[in-house]
Design a protein around this ligand. Structure first.
Ligand code: MN
Length: 295
């Protein structure tokens, strides 16, 4: 099953190039007053909703996916977890590049562990990436994104895929420089998730997927998740050894070699087979909101 969030928080079932509006399935979700639960309510209830989603899709008009604005398929993750350097060739390129290396320790993932990105950095393909620091180097990083589907606390690698709801394409955007990694990667719009969530049963084995990223017509990154230093199973087990994973938590599994800069006006096209492809526009950030604005 392929699910998207589109336009003004509509829920869609994706079939081929078409989106079927199944938003009324959300009426079945439990309502939370206060505080919000530590998980994404749709992802936490996805298994229960799958049959009603399928039924509703059969009654919906097809919308072409190029005609909708794709939002992040996970609306409310409580954690965005990311692997710093998880491909051997990217480790080599990072060690050689003084702008990437800078004052940050580039090390083996098993030594430096994982980091967190602000959940407020999350957008979908249709939102695009907004550059706040055009005078600095802003880099693209394509990554396989794992969406957790069930509470996972100190799980074993052999069992880890049972806790996966599905997979998406992730962009872990980054400004280079001396600040803490989590700050530089938490800029608004610097986590792109999309184009939709593909349920785990459609993917099967996550450690043999081809990733490709183009900027305009130029291929920048081309790799396969079989070259991950820590596999998807190991990443889930490792993360859950430190903190409990909840439905909707996102794990960005690390980027392969070929990272490079983007500028306002560029179009990033990111593809992971068999998830699909997404086009993401890069622009300059708008002027700040007025004081006191909530959104
Ligand atoms: Mn990354």
């Amino acid at each position: 099953m392929r699910l998207c969030r589109f336009n003004d928080d509509r829920l869609g079932l994706v079939n081929g190039d078409y989106v079927f509006d199944v938003t009324s399935a959300l009426d079945r979700l439990p309502v939370w007053r206060y505080p919000a639960p530590p998980f994404d309510t749709l992802i936490a209830n996805l298994d229960e909703l799958k049959s009603v989603i399928t039924t509703l899709a059969g009654q919906a008009e097809p919308l072409h996916c190029l005609g909708v604005k794709l939002l992040s398929p996970v609306a409310s993750p409580r954690k965005i977890i990311a692997a710093p350097v998880n491909y051997r060739k990217h480790l080599d390129e990072a060690r050689l590049d003084p702008e990437i290396h800078h004052q940050n320790a580039i090390g083996e993932i098993r030594r430096v562990g994982l980091f967190l990105k602000a959940t407020s950095s999350l957008v979908g393909a249709g939102d695009g990436i907004a550059i706040r620091h055009p005078e600095r180097r802003n880099d693209h990083e394509i990554e396989l994104a794992v969406v957790i589907g069930a509470r996972a606390d100190r799980v074993e690698p052999a069992d880890a895929l049972r806790y996966v709801a599905g997979y998406c394409i992730g962009l872990d955007m980054t400004i280079r420089g001396p600040e803490e990694r989590s700050l530089r990667k938490s800029i608004d719009s610097f986590t792109v998730l999309g184009p939709w969530l593909v349920s785990a049963d459609e993917i099967g084995e996550p450690d043999a997927l081809t990733l490709t990223l183009k900027v305009n017509a130029e291929t920048r990154q081309s790799a396969n998740t079989r070259d991950l230093i820590m596999t998807v199973r190991e990443l889930i087990a490792y993360a859950s050894s430190f903190y409990t994973l909840y439905p909707g938590d996102i794990i960005l599994t690390g980027t392969p070699e070929g990272v490079g800069s983007v500028h306002a006006g560029d179009l990033i096209t990111a593809a992971i087979e068999p998830i699909g492809s997404m086009s993401v526009r890069v622009r300059l950030a708008d002027a700040p909101n007025a004081v006191g604005s909530a959104a």
